[in-house]
Design a protein around this ligand. Structure first.
Ligand SMILES: *Cc1c(COP(=O)(O)O)cnc(C)c1O
Length: 421
């Protein structure tokens, strides 16, 4: 459920007409709904009620400071995958003891900054990382709280590029080697083992892979405890999918996901952490764009928009579907027509949708991509020297620009020309 609904034929973000935002900030832009962000966060809170837990929002889905602050104000923790995200979380007011640090390539500098600034735990992904963290912690006279990410060799049955829990994926340590590596970790003076971490992939639309992975984690918890480790925290990653197509059957709800966690891990007396990103931010955002031209090709019509793959790369990168809707609801009785929806970037990959059935649209009309709040703005680039587009946050009848559109001068002046030229 989201808060982007039509009122009298006009698309609203909560109580603000999307067309009014467009008139104020220009197109294209991203717009996020506070109510949807908050609702999705609370769904996870409710799903884990009764167990000690922390919902750590996976910031990589949408790391705008205002989005982080919105969730942080509700008590959310943060899952960060770079020191840049860590510093953003801190800048948004999230305390270090609610930040977990994931990722396969943490550098010693990143570790030092996080240890100095305060961190809930490092989710360590390899033996060399463990040794590097030990050295950094010892140099600071600290001990680093650590979970070790295990790779349970479970196929998340999702897109190739976002499956992370199979043995051929780069993430975590093989579960078969876990006991040996935990023994090694326990002997390191700069390391304090606090738990286990797992994350098997993104946009999962079936609970079975979670159930399988978490079952293996339950077994490993018992084994590691028998080996003498104080396993008291289980970080279960993110990955719950969202409905990108309204017409399709809906993926499982957070409540059902919570039930899987309770069933598989509920009797272990562990604190549970989860790291949802997409489900919190995805359907809390729209990308709003204007039609520049409607062009008739030999056998098809192209809808040429002012947004492009550099603004929203998911369709060209993953072949993803985003529902596209007109900002002004079409009148009754208008037959939908097939369009290829494309951007102005100079490559054919800059295609949002092929032969998409849309109501008749004309140059100047506004359209909105749904489900664009996660992995949208954060993956944008300035390819084709198109400045990053603004982000807007709505709350009730208010809206605010939370990232301004840079001027062309600002974009140009980021480069510099050496003296010898
Ligand atoms: C990407 C990622 C997440 C979030 O995944 P979603 O599918 O957005 O919920 C959580 N944890 C880790 C370690 C990740 O890499």
């Amino acid at each position: 459920m989201d808060h982007f609904l039509y009122r009298d034929g006009a698309l609203f973000a909560e109580d603000v007409a999307v067309a009014d935002i467009a008139a104020s900030v220009g197109t294209p832009f991203y717009v996020y709904s506070t109510a949807t962000l908050e609702r999705h966060y609370r769904l996870f809170e409710e799903a884990l009620a009764g167990m000690p837990h922390l919902v750590c929002y996976a910031m990589k889905a949408n790391s705008n400071l205002a989005v982080i602050r919105t969730l942080g104000n509700l008590g959310a923790g943060m899952d960060v995958v770079s020191i840049g995200e860590y510093l953003k979380a801190k800048a948004a007011g999230v305390p270090g003891d609610r930040i977990v640090f994931s990722g396969v390539g943490k550098t010693a500098d990143e570790m030092r900054t996080a240890l100095t600034g305060g961190i809930r735990q490092f989710n360590v992904e390899s033996e060399p990382e463990l040794l590097a963290l030990n050295a950094v912690a010892m140099s600071l006279d600290q001990t680093a709280p650590v979970t070790i990410r295990v790779n349970p060799d479970v196929d998340a049955k999702t897109h190739e590029k976002i499956a992370t829990g199979r043995k051929e994926d780069k993430f975590g340590i093989p579960i078969s080697r876990a006991r040996a590596i935990y023994a090694e970790a326990a002997a390191l003076p700069g390391i304090e083992v606090v738990g286990i971490d797992v994350h098997i992939g993104s946009q999962l639309t079936d609970l079975a892979p979670f159930e399988q992975a978490y079952g293996k984690i339950a077994e490993l918890t018992r084994q590691l405890r028998a080996d003498g480790h104080n396993i008291r925290r289980l970080d279960l990653g993110g990955g719950l999918g969202i409905p990108y197509e309204r017409s399709n059957s809906a993926p499982p709800l957070p409540l059902d996901y919570g039930a899987v966690i309770k069933r598989t891990l509920g009797d272990l007396d562990c604190e549970i952490e989860i790291e949802p990103g997409r489900l919190i931010a995805g359907n809390a955002g729209l990308l709003v764009s204007k039609v520049i031209y409607v062009k008739s090709g030999e056998d098809r019509k192209f809808l040429i928009l002012d947004s492009a793959m550099n603004d929203l790369v998911r369709p060209s990168m993953y072949g993803s579907h985003h529902d596209i809707v007109p900002v002004n609801e079409p009148g009754p009785g208008l037959e939908p027509q097939p369009f290829d929806v494309v951007g102005p970037v100079c490559e054919s990959g800059d295609t949002f949708a092929k032969q998409r059935l849309l109501p008749p649209v004309a140059a100047g009309d506004l359209v909105a991509f749904r489900s664009a709040g996660a992995y949208g703005a954060v993956m944008a680039s300035e390819y084709n020297s198109r400045p990053l587009i603004p982000e807007v946050l709505v709350k009730g009848d208010q809206f605010a620009v939370i990232r301004a559109r840079p001027s062309y001068d600002a974009m140009i002046n980021r480069d510099s020309i050496p003296e010898w030229l």
